[in-house]
Ligand binder design. Structure first.
Ligand SMILES: [Zn+2]
Ligand SMILES: [Zn+2]
Ligand SMILES: [Zn+2]
Ligand SMILES: [Zn+2]
Length: 331
C-alpha cells in the first residue's frame, strides 16, 4: 500500500496549530483578567486543542510513511491511536470543567463581561480561519495492489479536528451571549452555567470520536456493514458453496479489509481465478473493501456440511490441523 498523501494536509495542521496557540494565549489572559470560568474552561479546552492538533499533525505524517517489512499496514493506525488519546483527554477536561462550574454555581464570582466577550470574539475569528483551512476535503490517489483509485472522505482525524473547530465557535458565541447578558443583568452565575454547557458539548463530541476510534482499534465491523449480509452475498456468487471464518474490519475509517474461507469445487488454481475475481469485484463494488484475502477450500462430500471449518474436516494431515486449532484457529 503506497500512499501519496497531499502535503498540504500537513501545512493545514501547522497553520491550525499556530492559530490555536494564539487563541490559547488570548483566552488564558482574558479569562484571568475577566475572572470568567466560561472563558478559562474554553481555554483549558484549547490546551487540548493544541495537543490534539500537534498529535494530529504527527498522525498525518505517520500515515504518509510507506509500509515496511515490520509494519505491513504502514502507519495509518497512528492516527486512530491519536484520536483515541484526544477523546480521553477531552473527556477528562469535561469532568474538570463541570466540577469547577458546580463550585462556581454555589459561590458566584464577579466577572468582567467586556474582556470576556472580546476574548471570545478573538477565538471565533481565529477558529473560522482554522475551519476555512481544514474544511476542504482532501482527495488523494491510493495505490493498492488491487490497483483501485478512489476519492477518500475526510478521515477520522481531519473530521474530528473540523468538528472540534466548529464546536469551539459555538462555545465562543455562547460566551459572548453570556457576556452581554452579564453586562445587562449582572447575573455572574451565567458564567458558570455557560461553562457547564460548553463542557457537555465538548464531552459529547469526545465520546463520539472515542467510540469510532475504539471500534477501529478493536477491529470491529465497519459502520453500515454486517457480516451476515456479506456472507450471504458471497454465497450468492456462482461457484461459492459456503463461506466461513469471515473477518471484516477497518484499517482506518476509510480503508477496509476482509479475510474469509470460501468452499468451492475441487478445481485447478487457474480455473478458480475468475471466481476469485468475481468475489473481489463484488467486495470492492458493493462494500468498498479493497484489501481481501480469500482462502479457497475444496468442496468435500465426506463429513457433515455443518461442521464449522471445511479445511479442518477435509485436511489430509489431520494431526497438524488439530495442533493449529489448539493455538487458536477459530471458525
Ligand atoms: Zn477546540
Ligand atoms: Zn479467523
Ligand atoms: Zn490490499
Ligand atoms: Zn475453512
Amino acid at each position: 500500500m503506497n500512499e501519496t498523501k497531499d502535503p498540504r494536509t500537513g501545512q493545514r495542521f501547522a497553520l491550525a496549530f499556530a492559530l490555536t496557540l494564539a487563541i490559547l494565549a488570548v483566552e488564558v489572559v482574558g479569562g484571568l483578567v475577566a475572572n470568567s470560568l466560561a472563558l478559562l474552561s474554553d481555554a483549558g479546552h484549547v490546551v487540548t486543542d493544541v495537543f490534539a492538533l500537534g498529535l494530529g499533525w504527527f498522525a498525518v505524517r505517520q500515515a504518509a510513511r510507506p509500509a515496511n517489512a515490520s509494519k505491513t499496514w504502514g502507519y495509518h493506525r497512528a492516527g486512530i491511536v491519536v484520536a483515541f488519546v484526544n477523546a480521553l483527554t477531552l473527556l477528562a477536561i469535561t469532568v474538570i470543567i463541570i466540577v469547577e462550574a458546580i463550585t462556581r454555581l454555589q459561590h458566584p464570582a464577579t466577572v468582567q463581561p467586556l474582556v470576556m466577550g472580546a476574548s471570545a470574539l478573538f477565538g471565533i475569528g481565529m477558529n473560522l480561519v482554522i475551519a476555512r483551512f481544514l474544511g476542504t476535503p482532501h482527495a488523494h490517489a491510493h495505490d493498492d495492489h488491487a490497483g483501485h483509485d478512489h476519492k477518500h472522505e475526510l478521515d477520522l482525524n481531519t473530521r474530528a479536528a473540523l468538528l472540534h473547530v466548529l464546536g469551539d465557535v459555538g462555545a465562543s458565541v455562547s460566551v459572548i451571549l453570556a457576556a452581554i447578558l452579564i453586562a445587562l443583568t449582572h447575573a455572574a452565575i451565567l458564567d458558570a452555567v455557560i461553562s457547564c454547557a460548553i463542557a457537555l458539548v465538548v464531552g459529547f463530541g469526545a465520546w463520539r470520536v472515542g467510540r469510532d476510534a475504539v471500534n477501529l482499534l478493536l477491529e470491529g465491523v465497519p459502520k453500515g456493514l454486517t457480516t451476515e449480509g456479506i456472507k450471504q452475498e458471497l454465497r450468492d456468487i456462482q461457484g461459492v458453496y459456503e463461506v466461513h471464518d469471515l473477518h471484516v474490519w477497518g484499517i482506518t475509517d476509510t480503508q477496509r479489509a476482509l479475510t474469509c474461507h470460501a468452499v468451492i469445487d475441487d478445481i485447478p488454481i487457474n480455473a478458480s481465478a475468475p471466481l476469485l475475481d468475481r468475489i473481489n469485484h463484488m467486495l470492492r463494488d458493493r462494500y468498498g473493501i479493497a484489501h481481501t484475502t480469500v482462502q479457497f477450500e475444496r468442496r468435500t462430500t465426506r463429513g457433515p456440511a455443518s461442521l464449522p471449518c471445511a479445511c479442518s474436516v477435509d485436511c489430509d494431515c489431520v494431526g497438524t490441523v488439530i495442533e493449529k486449532r489448539a493455538v487458536g484457529h477459530h471458525a
